[in-house]
Ligand binder design. Structure first.
Ligand SMILES: [Zn+2]
Length: 268
């Protein structure tokens, strides 16, 4: 009896500590303008649907304050394209302002960023990783291995502080900011779950989905590693949305992005 009682107490203490751990919050999220893509054919992301129709895509970075620490989620197109937009068969990539300039507007220098976490290896997400040589890069191991395969051009310098993850990570240990393994678009794609005191729970998609119409119809983009993994990842995000009553912030959805508070305004 005594043993059971002690075990029961220990278990309820554990449950209580987990409840506390799960209730942590980050302080602020700043949504920054990390580029724009005027794409010529929407069906690149929605195969067979809206073929030949152009689409404008936003590209955001998100600076997240947690106490004295900062985490930057994705780094966007390279700052250099502010001067020189890039025209490709996909569309025209441009930047209205630099990431470093926007960090400066809220009093930050790159050295103030403790963690840089990237959703995946594509150039509209890792374009400025090398501007943060002192920050700890958080990337899935599968993504790193794929990005640095011998036949590929490295997307950033491999010699840097880096943690290669294998699955979800509670970044600050208090449940406030969690990297979510959401493979499919690329082998080690990840998304981010953030808990804010007033806004509540927010999921930052990365490129798990590219715009709302694809989310509503659970469409898998072309240029995708695994449709099966993508659909499983979308289910994971959808389950979390229900469980946490979370908002879904879709990085490339220009309509949604335009309607959001933009840095130096912030969500808390
Ligand atoms: Zn992208």
């Amino acid at each position: 009896m005594l043993k059971t009682g002690l075990l029961g107490l220990a278990l309820s203490a554990l449950a209580a500590s987990q409840a506390v751990a799960q209730s942590g919050t980050a302080d602020r999220v700043y949504v920054m303008d990390c580029g724009h893509n005027a794409a010529s054919d929407q069906s690149r992301w929605s195969p067979g649907v809206n073929v030949g129709k152009p689409i404008e895509l936003s590209d955001n970075c998100y600076a997240i304050k947690h106490g004295d620490d900062w985490l930057l989620w994705d780094t966007g197109y390279p700052d250099a394209i502010v001067e020189k937009p890039v025209v490709t068969p996909v569309g025209t990539a441009s930047r209205a302002k630099t990431l470093v300039g926007q960090l400066g507007e809220i009093g930050l220098r790159p050295a103030n960023i403790k963690y840089v976490a990237v959703s995946h290896q594509h150039g509209d997400h890792v374009g400025n990783v090398d501007l943060f040589p002192e920050s700890m890069l958080l990337i899935q191991k599968a993504e790193f291995d794929s990005a640095f395969a011998p036949d590929k051009k490295p997307p950033f310098k491999a010699e840097r502080p880096m943690r290669k993850l294998e699955g979800d990570l509670d970044v600050f240990g208090d449940g406030s900011v969690t990297l979510l393994s959401t493979p499919g678009h690329t082998p080690g794609h990840q998304s981010l779950l953030v808990h804010l005191p007033n806004t509540g729970w927010v999921i930052l998609t990365g490129d798990a989905i590219h715009f709302k119409d694809n989310w509503d119809n659970k469409r898998v983009a072309s240029m995708n590693t695994s449709a099966e993994q993508t659909l499983a990842s979308l289910k994971k995000l959808e389950d979390l949305m229900v469980q946490k009553k979370a908002q879904l912030w879709i990085n490339h959805d220009k309509v949604q992005s335009t309607g959001q508070k933009r840095s130096p305004q912030f969500y808390d």
